[in-house]
Structure formats: structure tokens, C-alpha cells
Design a protein around this ligand. Structure first.
Ligand code: GDP
Length: 203
């Protein structure tokens, strides 16, 4: 799978601002600072597509990027919307704000017609926090397919990595869950993630 292009399309705070093209959507979600912007930049190889933000919790919009790709076994090019959701679980966002945030995100996730799956990002160095578990359980409950991506995997050694992945599965309560380790710094996991994306688009 080769990415051929990536471009910013739209930011939305309400439904009528979603882009109108009928493309499949792949969603990225995670706690603030989990490495989501870095992962989007590394995956698409378009630098600063998702601005690596030093102010967690600042972006409260749903951002749509159109990504074009070439899949080896498939003729012609494919495209999808990479959907970047605002980070959750940021302590400094007030309770009220958080409520508005979740309503808006939930509405999007529950009504999107062409949602393929959600990549939920979890920092490989830490056990999933309450907000991670909550989000994961909510997705499962609503029959939204989830792929867990364990970010910043370059920060720990290979042995500890296996242990961390086991801990993530245990905490989320699903033993047969697939957890994909990723390093934006080293582009590790990139071709695996692209394969998963490619598969979801040709089925
Ligand atoms: P976001 O808030 O989820 O978008 O997180 P960012 O992409 O802004 O990353 C948060 C911090 O983690 C930044 O300082 C990044 O440089 C760092 N970071 C992100 N991904 C990686 C990674 O794969 N490896 C390492 N070592 N650091 C990372």
C-alpha cells in the first residue's frame, strides 16, 4: 500500500460542516499527547498535515483529510477520509466542555455512514487510563470496529513491549484484541497499519 496524496479538506464542529464526498472514513482517536498528530504525519508522510500541537485539548474540531492510496492487488487508486478527532481525557478541559465534546463526537461516530474502523491510540508506556477504557467500551458497545494502536513504541525495548501489549489487552478486558505497535519517530508499524487500512478499503 502506497500513499499517493494527502490533503486537508475540512474542519467541523457540527454536522453540516462534514465534507460531502462519499468516501470511506477511518478515524483516529486518543488522549491528548498520545502522539496522534505525529502518527498522522508519519502515516501520510505529509508533514504538518495534522499540526503537532503543543497545546493539548486545544483543537476541538473534527478534522477531515483526504488520503489517496495505491493498493498493489487493486487497479487504480483508492481514497479515504482520515478523520482526526479531538483528544479526550484532558484534565484542564472543564466538565461542561467535556460534555459538549463527547456529545459532538458521539453523534459523529454513531451517524457516520461510511466509517470503516476507529484507530484508538494508547501510549505503549502506560496502562490504559479510565478515559481510554471508557472510550473503548463505548465503541465496542456501539458495534464500532476498533484497532488499538500502541504509540511511541520506540521508547521501550522489545521484551517490555510484549508485556505492555499484554497489559493493554488485560486492562481493556479483551484477550484476542489486535494491538499494533507504532513509532512515528522510526516509522515502525507504518506498513502494517497501511495494510489494515488497505484491506478495509477493498473488502
Ligand atoms: P497529540 O497531542 O496526540 O497529537 O500528540 P503529538 O503528536 O503532538 O505528540 C506528543 C508528544 O509525543 C510530542 O512531543 C511528540 O514528539 C512525541 N511523540 C509522538 N509520537 C512519538 C513517537 O512515536 N516516538 C517518540 N519517541 N515520541 C513521540
Amino acid at each position: 500500500v502506497i500513499i499517493t496524496q494527502g490533503q486537508y479538506v475540512a474542519s467541523a464542529v457540527k454536522k453540516d460542516q462534514y465534507p460531502e464526498n462519499d468516501l470511506p472514513e477511518i478515524v483516529f482517536i486518543g488522549r491528548s499527547n498520545v502522539g496522534k498528530s505525529s502518527l498522522i504525519n508519519s502515516l501520510t508522510r505529509v508533514n504538518n498535515l495534522a499540526r503537532v500541537s503543543s497545546q493539548p485539548g486545544k483543537t476541538q474540531t473534527i478534522n477531515f483529510f483526504e488520503v489517496g492510496l495505491k493498493i498493489a492487488e487493486v487497479e487504480g487508486r483508492k481514497a479515504f477520509y482520515l478523520v482526526d478527532l479531538p483528544g479526550y481525557g484532558y484534565a484542564k478541559t472543564g466538565k461542561e466542555k467535556r460534555k459538549i465534546w463527547s456529545k459532538f463526537i458521539e453523534e459523529y461516530l454513531l451517524t457516520s455512514q461510511r466509517l470503516q474502523f476507529v484507530c484508538q491510540l494508547i501510549d505503549i508506556r502506560h496502562e490504559p487510563m479510565a478515559s481510554d477504557v471508557e472510550m473503548f467500551e463505548w465503541l465496542v458497545k456501539n458495534n464500532i470496529p476498533v484497532l488499538i494502536v500502541a504509540t511511541k513504541c520506540d521508547k521501550i525495548g522489545k521484551t517490555v513491549r510484549q508485556r505492555s501489549i499484554a497489559a493493554i489487552k488485560r486492562k481493556l478486558g479483551v484477550a484476542e484484541l489486535s494491538v499494533l505497535p507504532y513509532s512515528s519517530l522510526k516509522n515502525e508499524g507504518r506498513s502494517d497499519l497501511l495494510d489494515v487500512i488497505g484491506d478495509s478499503l477493498v473488502e
